[in-house]
Design a protein around this ligand. Structure first.
Ligand SMILES: NC(=O)c1ccc[n+]([C@@H]2O[C@H](COP(=O)([O-])OP(=O)(O)OC[C@H]3O[C@@H](n4cnc5c(N)ncnc54)[C@H](OP(=O)(O)O)[C@@H]3O)[C@@H](O)[C@H]2O)c1
Length: 332
């Protein structure tokens, strides 16, 4: 469906992920959904290079200058985790709608403050938890409703990528560690499948001498006995996997995060169906399009990734980190 008009889309922080996700923004610009308006970076030269490479109209050598730009409506925040809340607030105070990279903040309290400000100002504000917007994840409730896996009882999920050498991930001051960058995906999967109200969250982690979690396993239990067994690692190379297991079979996600395929399996191993959901671009187009639609519709959030889900995930991660002794500046 054609959009009524394009939304002025700008990037705050021209780092690694922004360089990937803007390919999807460009794809949407080609479809008349977004207008690639501006890039704000701490360095004017890098902002200009990024803007030129990806086809943005303007570039600014500071975030403040970019936020003063008239044509900017929706800002995609792609800075380190510990800066998300402050950057999202700066966007809102400049009158801009915000889509902020995952994790939306480093603590639940920070996110609550940002969401409250957005509501007060009447602006859209949401987390770029891109998998929640992907058609494969969104198809799962419909598959469950067919009854083929029986009653869902267990979520399994893991995400392991050897990224511990990255300065941002090794530094507690930047909100580093495996849980907030990687574990947040299996956690979001479990919360999306079983709801935002687990009665118990616990886990065990290996904490680096620098004070961030290198790898961990953690579990969530719901009051009706449903359970999630999850893990993440920033020193192991295992990719992202997930399964929703029911009383008769399971739905397998061979790629939990970049999810284009689902398998419906009847116990003990008969593949009933393989469903494919190929991305038109690289998978980030779904979150950007949903955010643009929410902006045009005057909505405070996207149904695919509601603010309540962000708060539930951060609350669980707060309690896991507290039990591991992993502390961030916002915990003070
Ligand atoms: N959705 C996904 O698939 C995905 C994948 C990876 C990461 N992420 C998320 O995206 C965010 C950015 O991750 P990244 O891997 O792109 O990080 P990155 O390459 O380090 O980029 C972060 C950018 O933030 C800006 N920045 C502002 N203040 C900074 C500071 N004090 N120290 C370092 N950088 C600062 C810098 O941009 P300028 O200097 O240009 O302003 C920097 O390039 C994180 O929240 C991460 O969890 C999401």
């Amino acid at each position: 469906m054609a959009m009524e008009r394009t939304v002025g889309f700008s990037v705050l922080g021209a780092g690694r992920i922004a360089g990937k996700t803007v390919l999807a923004a460009r794809h949407l610009a080609g479809r008349g959904v977004l207008r690639l308006r501006a890039v704000g970076a701490r360095d004017a030269g890098r902002a200009a290079d990024f803007a030129a490479e990806h086809g943005f109209e303007a570039s600014f050598g500071s975030y403040a200058e970019m936020l003063a730009d008239q044509g900017t409506e929706l800002v995609y925040v792609a800075t380190p985790n510990s800066l998300h809340a402050a950057h999202a607030k700066a966007c809102l105070l400049a009158g801009k709608h915000v889509l902020c990279e995952k994790p939306f903040a480093t603590t639940r309290r920070e996110a609550e403050e940002v969401f409250a400000l957005a509501r007060r100002l009447g602006l859209f504000c949401g987390e770029a938890m891109w998998t929640r917007f992907q058609p494969a994840w969104r198809a799962i409730p419909g598959i469950v409703a067919t009854g083929r896996i029986g009653e869902p009882r267990l979520v399994e999920g893991s995400f392991a990528v050897p990224v511990s050498g990255k300065a941002r991930l090794a530094d507690p001051a930047l909100g580093g560690g495996a849980l907030l960058d990687l574990g947040v995906y299996p956690l979001a999967f479990a919360l999306a499948m079983f709801g935002e109200d687990p009665e118990h969250v616990s886990g065990s982690a290996v904490v680096t001498p620098g004070g961030v979690d290198d790898q961990s396993s953690f579990s969530l239990r719901w009051s009706d006995g449903r359970f999630a067994a999850l893990s993440c690692s920033m020193s192991a190379a295992g990719g992202a996997r997930g399964r929703l297991v029911g009383t008769a079979g399971s739905i397998e996600l061979p790629e939990l995060v970049r999810c284009e395929t689902l398998r419906v399996v009847r116990h003990p191993g008969e593949v009933l169906e393989t469903l494919r959901f190929p991305f038109p671009c690289n998978g980030y187009e779904y979150e950007f399009e949903a955010a643009a639609k929410a902006v045009l519709a005057g909505l405070p959030e996207c149904a695919e990734a509601p603010q309540s889900a962000t708060l539930a995930a951060l609350g669980a991660m707060d309690s896991l980190r507290a039990s591991w002794g992993v502390r961030f500046p916002a915990d003070a």
